[in-house]
Design a protein around this ligand. Sequence first.
Ligand SMILES: [Zn+2]
Ligand SMILES: [Zn+2]
Length: 159
Amino acid sequence: MPNCDWGRPCNCRECTEMNRKEICDICIENKTIITHSQYEMGRKGISYYRFINYCQKCWDEKKKKDEIERQKELEEERKKGENRDLLQKRLEKIDHNPTPIKNAVAKFREQIKIGNSDKYIRDDIIRRFKDILKVEKTRNRWYCCKNRLELIDFRLFFY
Ligand SMILES: [Zn+2]
Ligand SMILES: [Zn+2]
């Protein structure tokens, strides 16, 4: 029996050993050469390790696929970065036209699906998008620039 901390996801040597099978889980044919653990988040937010046994051939294929995935993600990151730069340039040229910050919160909600409260999102916008949206406080109320808000794509700032 492993003497690691039960209740917490674990992929120590003993836990890995316990999940080792002789035959590859993917092709169900060749001999296992590696028992790979993958940290996963289940429903209800409970995390665990998923153990998968790989033969040499399936392991090589998995690594190839992972590499392709990684390249795709890097490419998407790069594109997002480019689009952010383009956006920044367009924003620099437009006039200032104040609008209540709640309009920014509404657009944020349309583009980013999160369960946080309006106040949380508002504070996040004030902090992170202060410059890009020209956020300012006038007579105790927060405003941002309407023209900038129309152009911004909040999705470019989230991964
Ligand atoms: Zn363990
Ligand atoms: Zn296999």
